[in-house]
Design a protein around this ligand. Sequence first.
Ligand code: ATP
Ligand code: MG
Length: 333
Amino acid sequence: KPRVFSAMQPTSDSLQLGNYLGALVHWVKLQDTHDAIYGVVDLHALTVAPDPAVLRARTRRTAAQFLAGGVDPTRSIVFCQSHVPEHAELAWLLSTFTGFGEAGRMTQFKDKSAKVGESGTNVGLFTYPVLMAADILLYDTNVVPVGEDQRQHLELSRDLAQRLNARFGEGTVVVPEPHIVKETAKIYDLQEPTKKMSKSAVSPKGTIEVLDDPKKVAKNIRSAVTDTGDVIAFDREAKPGVSNLLTIYSAIDGRSVDQLVAEYEGKMYGHLKSDLADVVVEFLTPFHDAAMEWIESPDRLDSVLEDGAARATAIARPTLERLYDKVGLLAPM
Ligand code: ATP
Ligand code: MG
């Protein structure tokens, strides 16, 4: 079976709807056809200087949400990045193959460091995409399901893989393919529908936190920014707010955007928002309950992560040793 790898950062208590629809839904589907590995990437989360106790709690909560969303730990590997030190080791090796200018072109670094200012940013945030490439290449990954925001980082992972193959021979590493599902690749903030929804830069009224109180989720949807005019139509340029709502509706309900547009012909924005609020709350309720069950049984959760780390290491260690050998590091006695 081809292999799929993907991951999320434990940077919040709850995933946001974009993580769920843009990534998690596809993770769950790919389990049927792929050998799947899904990580809670806690080393990545260190780049935003989290409180230690909060980071630990969020690491468990993030894993709990993978499981609640349908990731099956008996089939797929669910693990915590720092439990497999090969990630950090391969990241170092890859950093020596990454151009300084190349890393400097990453737009996520520019965006995230602009928010904290030059003195607040750190080298970890700069080398983040190199660690991400290590996460992927370590498992000879074929497919990486992510949102649109990760396209550039994936491209860097591919460039690094191709560089290693050019230098050390074809087949040294697998060149990964992005799996970005157009319809749900970018879910936008409800208040600023041209900006991606994101779990660390939470805008209290613009983000749908999937573990939030259903009343608040519904309220945020009902007060989502819509556009001038009163026709419900899909048009990203002219109607980013309504288009985002239609995207979310279609992803959850299964009807196509066109079908929804036909159904809401002649109706008002308020109708759409109020129906969507009901649909989202109904969708999230069982997820919420399942996640809470996992969160309230940390021992059970930890044993999933322990098992996952052992299975991940069994794949990661040989890959790292193979690459250490290729670059000329002396094997330990
Ligand atoms: P952070 O603000 O901490 O970066 P994030 O919401 O961007 O949080 P990540 O952990 O960085 O979440 O990404 C997890 C996955 O969710 C990635 O595959 C990413 O592409 C995807 N993703 C993040 N935001 C969205 C979004 N708005 N729409 C679709 N997919 C998204
Ligand atoms: Mg992100």
